[in-house]
Design a protein. Sequence first.
Length: 121
Amino acid sequence: MGVTRASLRELQQRGIRLMISLDGFEADHDAQRVFANGRGSFRAVMRTIERALEVGLRPDISVTVSGQTAGGLATLMTWLLDRESAVQPELLPREPIAHPASASSSSTSSRSSRACWRRSM
């Protein structure tokens, strides 16, 4: 599964932006994003990113950062920046972050954030 080159060209010609979720490299991404059949979606996502770049469509990349994927964030950010020089990181909390004194340890460990790399306009 993935988006065809023809579909990506159509998006590019119409000026429609594309956002793709990529939560890390294969093991991290596939642990969080699987197809209904249980297969990880990393390879399909990577094909879509490469195809988009081939047709001149620079996708916005959305990354969900969790305790499981945080360790690979710097490497992923470097990889993304190497492929797209006009991106800017923006970290957005996925859920409200309570003050440390009022947050229980179990709720703190389950929090994740969303990082979005967006094209500079």
